[in-house]
Design a protein around this ligand. Structure first.
Ligand code: 4NP
Length: 153
């Protein structure tokens, strides 16, 4: 799960997916998050991200931001970008076609090929964080469904 700062959208997406995997007793999927920027490397999730998680029974207090790196192409089969800018930033770092194929826009799970972006809630308020949570929750439900039916995404 990749966004810009790795303190709002992608930590939330990671935590939501992990919770759903845990609820389904799916143990073989590894999930992590990162930011395309290094603005917040080593920092905690935004307090509004933590508040929003708390409302939904998700604890984000252990999150520490890290920057996306080329190594992530080796570590992961799928790389979900939160918005179109993250998407092109990640794609730019891909070394070959296989790596490019790993990169997806997360909201295309809900509306395939619509290429919609998860809005950046950084300049927003509580309502915007809640909206983002609900979008990611829906996308993660579909990811889980795919994992359950195909044993892959
Ligand atoms: P995120 O939100 O990419 O969802 O973590 C942002 C967090 C910080 C900044 C921008 C977006 N920033 O410019 O510091």
């Amino acid at each position: 799960m990749v966004c810009l700062g790795n303190i709002c959208r992608s930590p939330m997406a990671k935590a939501i997916l992990l919770k759903k995997l845990d609820e389904k007793n799916i143990t073989w999927v590894e999930v992590d998050s990162a930011g395309t920027s290094d603005y917040h490397t080593g920092g905690k999730a935004d307090y509004r991200t933590m508040e929003s998680g708390k409302k939904h029974g998700i604890d984000l207090s252990n999150h520490r931001a890290r920057q996306f790196s080329r190594r992530d192409f080796d570590m992961f089969d799928l790389i979900y970008a939160m918005d179109s800018e993250n998407y092109s930033d990640i794609l730019y770092q891909a070394g070959n076609e296989d790596e490019k194929q790993k990169v997806k826009l997360i909201l295309n799970e809900i509306e395939p090929e619509a290429n919609l972006s998860v809005p950046d809630p950084w300049f927003g308020g509580e309502k915007d964080f809640e909206k983002v949570f609900n979008m990611l929750d829906k996308a993660c439900d579909i990811i889980i469904e795919k994992i359950e039916t195909n044993n892959e995404v």
